[in-house]
Design a binder for this molecule. Structure first.
Ligand SMILES: Cc1cc2nc3c(=O)[nH]c(=O)nc-3n(C[C@H](O)[C@H](O)[C@H](O)COP(=O)(O)OP(=O)(O)OC[C@H]3O[C@@H](n4cnc5c(N)ncnc54)[C@H](O)[C@@H]3O)c2cc1C
Length: 477
């Protein structure tokens, strides 16, 4: 229960219009894109770093758990205040503070929406490369916390490769600034450490992001297959032929039909799978690669390869991909998105396993994923009002993730561990490794009040997971 005095202190420091504490207002902040729920006791909306510091100091004074919130599009329950307490929502810290073309970077507040950076600089031939499919809504603070990926991170890397500096508030109210506009600084790489720390170490209040120059040429292809395994084989073959497309996305037959009916992107309704392949770079290189990609797709039994002939056609193909989750929502209002990652050479058998899990648990599972990264996203449709089906859904998800680990992969490719998969961490890490991570987290967050119960296993009620069969544990790099 939030003490009245804490509420008054917050209202004094941030103003009454920046504080929510009524039950009906808090309902909006009890969930994200995952399937868990828990309400905060209070939400504040700071506009500046000093207001964040004031809120954090109040939380400290009243021993309240704390969690930072971006847009709430997270898919692993990272933002859910499972211990209640104070939520710091960054939606009003949404300014691009500086665009520095000479140094090819921008300084932004954490609540800036990902796509807004590209919108602000594209007129000058620049863009911000990490493009999660949620980029119209998700924020840079959330992207940094989750080390977000996206279709185009295949060639340019994920968020950590595009963050040069971070300003952050620690749970004791101190402010740190790490990194900067230059490419390398001495000392420990705290920018790298904080990026992907899932809001458990610090609250990010400013970010210096790298800007990239827009490529000279872009070509987008749709390769259509009868069988998903042929599409999967194409992905590995492309790398073997030394082609790294900017993006390789895959949709299986079930997904294709849902997406096409909702978006009319021009995807075939009768195919087993499609690959959406994008090439970018210098005009001559792209033309050369286009011919090679065409050849590799056909050699892997693509029944047709279509190249977008105009910017409109290209945008339409991407519209299908980027609005896919909404398309699933038309068929089933609730679904569970998984996020395992496997080596590219294991995509085909992992897909087969997913289809077997679908049959075993009698659940509809569709697949849309970043195939170039081996980052699988099986989407399990279920009815949350049916507890037995919900339990089956969670079991099916866990079985798929365990298969990914056995295949030499991991339990998350980009959505983070959050509270959804923290008890599965021992499948990947030894006790010594997990203890080292915990010690590191405690340097920043000594009493664990910042985003408690996330990322690291709590060890509650999961002995079978705490003591995994030896073959699950990845001991090799
Ligand atoms: C339709 C859809 C498509 C998606 N596609 C992708 C994709 O292609 N790639 C991908 O990587 N993800 C994807 N996601 C997942 C999600 O969008 C990302 O994880 C994103 O980075 C979350 O950003 P957010 O602003 O919504 O953060 P939130 O969900 O609000 O928070 C996520 C985590 O970040 C922490 N956090 C937020 N702001 C701060 C801050 N300022 N300081 C410290 N911690 C903070 C929170 O505490 C929480 O732990 C998708 C989600 C949806 C719904």
């Amino acid at each position: 229960m939030l003490p009245q005095a804490a509420l008054q202190d917050l209202e004094r420091a941030l103003g009454p219009r920046a504080v929510l504490a009524r039950a009906q207002d808090l309902t909006l902040y009890e969930y994200d894109g995952s399937i868990e729920k828990s309400k905060p006791e209070c939400v504040v909306f700071p506009r500046t770093t000093s207001e964040v510091v004031a809120a954090v100091k109040t939380a400290r004074a009243y021993d309240l758990p704390l969690v930072g919130r971006g847009a709430g599009t997270g898919l692993s329950g990272g933002v859910i205040p499972r211990a209640g307490g104070l939520m710091i929502a960054f939606s009003r810290m949404n300014k691009i503070l500086e665009i520095d073309y000479e140094n090819e970077c921008a300084v932004v507040q954490p609540g800036v929406v990902n796509l807004d950076i590209t919108r602000a600089v594209q007129g000058n031939g620049y863009y911000y490369a990490p493009d999660p499919s949620s980029q119209k809504a998700c924020t840079i603070g959330g992207n940094v916390a989750e080390n977000a990926g996206g279709p185009h991170t295949l060639i340019y890397g994920v968020t950590t490769n595009h963050v040069l500096g971070i300003e952050a508030v620690l749970p004791d109210g101190s402010v740190i600034r790490v990194g900067g506009k230059e490419f390398d600084r001495p000392g420990y790489d705290l920018v790298g450490l904080l990026t992907g720390s899932e809001g458990t170490m610090a609250l990010v209040t400013q970010v210096i992001v790298r800007l990239m120059r827009s490529p000279e040429a872009v070509k987008t292809l749709l390769a259509i297959y009868e069988r998903p395994e042929d599409a999967a084989a194409t992905v590995g073959d492309l790398t073997a032929r030394a082609v790294t497309p900017a993006a390789v996305e895959m949709l299986d037959g079930v997904m294709l039909r849902m997406v096409e009916e909702a978006t009319h992107a021009g995807y075939p309704l009768d195919a087993g799978a499609v690959l959406l392949i994008e090439l970018e770079g210098l005009r001559e290189t792209v033309e050369e690669q286009l011919a090679l990609v065409n050849e590799v797709c056909l050699a892997n039994r693509a029944r047709e390869v279509r190249a977008a002939q105009s910017e409109e056609e290209r945008a339409l193909l991407w519209k299908g991909r980027k609005n896919a989750f909404g398309a699933v929502g038309r068929v089933s209002p609730t679904y569970y998105v998984q996020d395992g990652v496997v080596p590219r050479t294991r995509i085909a058998d992992t897909l087969q396993h997913i289809y077997k899990v679908s049959e075993k648990y009698d659940l509809q599972i569709s697949n849309i994923f970043h195939a170039g990264d081996g980052n699988m996203h099986p989407i399990i449709l279920f009815d949350p009002d049916d507890p037995e089906q919900t339990a089956r859904t969670k079991k099916a998800g866990e079985e798929i993730l365990k298969y990914c680990v056995q295949a030499g992969g991991a339990i998350t490719g980009e959505h983070g561990v959050g509270m959804e998969k923290n008890e599965l961490m021992p499948l990947l890490f030894t006790d010594d490794s997990l203890e080292t991570m915990e010690r590191l987290m405690r340097i920043f967050n000594p009493d664990g009040r910042l985003n408690p119960g996330k990322l690291l296993p709590t060890g509650k009620g999961c002995m079978e997971i705490r003591l995994p069969p030896a073959h699950y544990r990845s001991t090799e790099w």
